[in-house]
Design a protein around this ligand. Structure first.
Ligand SMILES: C[S@@+](CC[C@H](N)C(=O)[O-])C[C@H]1O[C@@H](n2cnc3c(N)ncnc32)[C@H](O)[C@@H]1O
Length: 254
């Protein structure tokens, strides 16, 4: 069953993580955040809202889940503005933002066009839209010591089909940007260190709690317990550094 973002039990699922310097390096190669007004759509636990602020931006963070937003607010500085709204209809004033950002959101939306249209409305002329998400190819890369996620699909091949259904292709999001009126639509790959775990067991605690990984909500409790044992048998005991491949779509409002 897909994750229920509105369930208070999932309020902290995206909390407690800070963005890695590998993310900040890739972003600052693409845009200049210093003094910029950023809208972060589908902000989750506020990881990237805080990262944008640290890079010198003024941040408005939007999420449609009240419990998730409340958790983000609790763990963020007071000068980040949090708004509970749908990413496709934020009700924020239009034409003001320098950058509109949506990470790991579009694969939860059936229609990338509605997101692109709202991003276009929010941006000032010359502003930049950034969608960071994984295509199904990004999401199902083969397992390795730095990509333990790959073992999910070895253990439960039906998850590959679920990723295929919910993930947007590169051209799908590009076309949505173009339809919305953007120019300079481009994509690049981004390798982001998701998290450093001091041991395999610390990583497995997150897996057992389905923390920050919506795909794990597709497994029953019994399957989840099986997955934890499967991973324990494949991962080294010590430090684990998880690195993910993402696709970054960028576009400019004319
Ligand atoms: C996978 S999390 C990503 C969180 C954060 N952007 C990150 O990368 O850590 C997706 C978030 O989008 C939110 N969300 C899902 N559908 C939404 C919508 N239509 N409008 C606004 N937020 C939405 C969920 O509540 C959740 O917090």
């Amino acid at each position: 069953m897909p994750i229920d973002f509105a369930d208070p039990a999932n309020g902290d699922t995206y909390s407690g993580r800070e963005a890695d310097p590998s993310w900040a390096a890739a972003i600052t190669d693409t845009v200049d955040p210093v003094g910029a007004h950023i809208v972060d759509l589908g902000c989750g636990g506020g990881t990237y809202a805080r990262a944008w602020r640290t890079l010198g931006a003024h941040v408005t963070a939007v999420d449609s889940s009240a419990p998730i937003l409340e958790s983000a607010r609790r763990s963020s500085p007071a000068d980040i503005a949090f708004e509970c709204a749908s990413a496709e209809h934020t009700c924020l004033p239009g034409g003001r933002a320098d950058i509109v950002f949506a990470r790991a959101l579009v694969h939860h939306l059936p229609d990338a066009s509605a997101l692109a249209t709202e991003m276009f409305r929010l941006l000032r002329p010359g502003g930049t839209a950034i969608v960071q998400d994984r295509t199904s190819e990004d999401a199902t890369l083969a397992a390795s010591p730095t990509n333990p996620r790959g073992y999910l699909f070895d253990a439960f091949p039906r998850l590959v089909e679920i990723e295929g259904r919910r993930r947007h292709g590169v051209d799908d999001v590009k076309a949505a940007f173009t339809r919305a009126g953007f120019t300079d639509v481009a994509t690049q790959q981004l390798w982001e260190t998701r998290r450093r775990y001091e041991s395999r067991e610390k990583y497995l605690i997150e897996i057992a709690g389905r923390t920050g990984r919506s795909i794990l909500h597709e497994l029953s409790d019994v399957e989840l317990a099986q997955l934890v044992e499967y991973l324990r048998g494949r991962l080294a005991r010590g430090e684990l550094i998880e690195r993910d491949r993402w696709t970054l779509w960028t576009a400019v409002a004319p």
